[in-house]
Design a binder for this molecule. Structure first.
Ligand code: ADE
Ligand code: ZN
Length: 350
């Protein structure tokens, strides 16, 4: 299909960004826990919280860096106890994602946050899986679950977590690496990622969010990941940028997260246009939307509004197409989404 991007008026862009079909590839399900649900589950399970209500919770969402966010995020996740809680959490996300026309989501979860509190891993995986199955049936959203290892813990603990998840291997698409980046380089997890690869799991890792470009290189060379989560600090190494472009390694970028965790001072300074201009397979995602002030369409709309000179209809199409390209599905499925995307842009031409 021939799309003339110059014929899409600027004032049509926000609506197009919201309604165009999109994949979401960097989304922590625990990061979709909205304050209202958090308080409801705390009440249900008699969990004492340091926050009195929704206002106090939202006031706590003023983060200085990644660690100050993670402290609140892990405390919030402490209200998730039963399989029904994980189902409810994920179902609410899928309903919200449908409103943004997310047609495919690859979703992170942090089992160690829950098993450390005595919650069995099967409750976590099955609750999420049942919500994903219903989302496929009722909302036509396909999805995959990515089990993340917490990098502030040991590799032995990561290995034990992978072993504990094996009875539900069929419900997982891959493994990831998240939590506190500085001081916890990818090399610490080389063996557990090798084992995950043997099991046929796709591998991704957070790298170059707060950590240096060298962590991105380690994730590629030592963990052999297929995508880098965040990766925005790659621009500190021109050679690495060239490699990422040449090898077409996707970066799952999360603009609102980067501002809230002070990786960039504001959206106007975000380097996503630079990543695109360098020919990288950059994508737009929401990370922890309940904590960072917006879901995936909000990320697109707010970023495009902040950088109108750099980001227009052509870049919107590129970013959404990159999301499909970077997803872990077969080529025929990707081609179908790409046709839907092209049709949405063609319909917006004047
Ligand atoms: N866990 C949840 N969100 C995260 C992020 N942005 N970086 C690292 N770990 C995380
Ligand atoms: Zn993340």
């Amino acid at each position: 299909m021939n799309i003339d991007f110059d014929r899409i008026p600027r004032d049509a862009l926000p609506a197009l960004l919201r309604t165009m079909p999109k994949a979401e590839l960097h989304l922590h399900i625990e990061g979709t826990l909205e304050p209202e649900m958090l308080l409801r589950l705390a009440h249900r399970h008699g969990v004492a919280l340091p926050w009195a209500g929704v206002e106090a919770l939202r006031a706590a969402y003023d983060f200085a860096d990644l660690q100050s966010f993670l402290d609140v995020y892990y405390a919030g996740a402490g209200v998730l106890r039963d399989e029904a809680d994980f189902f409810e959490l994920a179902w609410a996300y899928f309903e919200r994602a449908a409103a943004d026309n997310v047609v495919h989501a690859e979703i992170f979860f942090d089992p160690q946050t829950h098993t450390a509190r005595g919650v069995p891993i099967d409750r976590v995986i099955l609750g999420l899986h049942h919500a994903a199955r219903r989302a496929h049936q009722e909302l036509r959203i396909s999805s995959g679950l990515i089990l993340c290892f917490l990098r502030h813990l040991s590799e032995d603990e990561a290995m034990a977590t992978l072993d504990a998840a094996l009875p539900w291997r069929e419900h997982l698409v891959g493994v990831g690496l998240d939590s506190s980046e500085r001081g916890h380089p990818p090399e610490k997890f080389a063996r557990v990622f090798a084992r995950a690869r043997e099991l046929g799991l796709e591998c991704v890792a957070h790298a170059g969010e707060e950590g240096p470009a060298a962590y991105i290189e380690q994730a590629l060379d030592l963990l052999q990941v297929r995508r880098i989560d965040h990766g925005v600090r790659c621009t500190e190494s021109p050679a690495l940028v060239q490699r990422l472009a040449r090898e077409r390694v996707p970066l799952t970028v999360c603009p609102l997260s980067n501002v809230r965790l002070r990786v960039f001072p504001d959206l106007a300074s975000h380097n996503l246009p630079e990543l695109l201009a360098a020919g990288l397979c950059a994508t737009v995602n929401s990370d922890d939307p309940a904590y960072f002030g917006g879901y995936v369409a909000d990320n697109y709309v707010q970023l495009f509004a902040a950088q109108p000179q750099q980001l227009g209809a052509r870049e919107a199409h590129r970013l959404a197409a990159n999301g499909f390209e970077a997803s872990f599905v077969d080529d025929a499925t990707k081609a179908g989404w790409r046709r839907e995307l092209d049709a949405a842009f063609a319909a917006a031409m004047r």
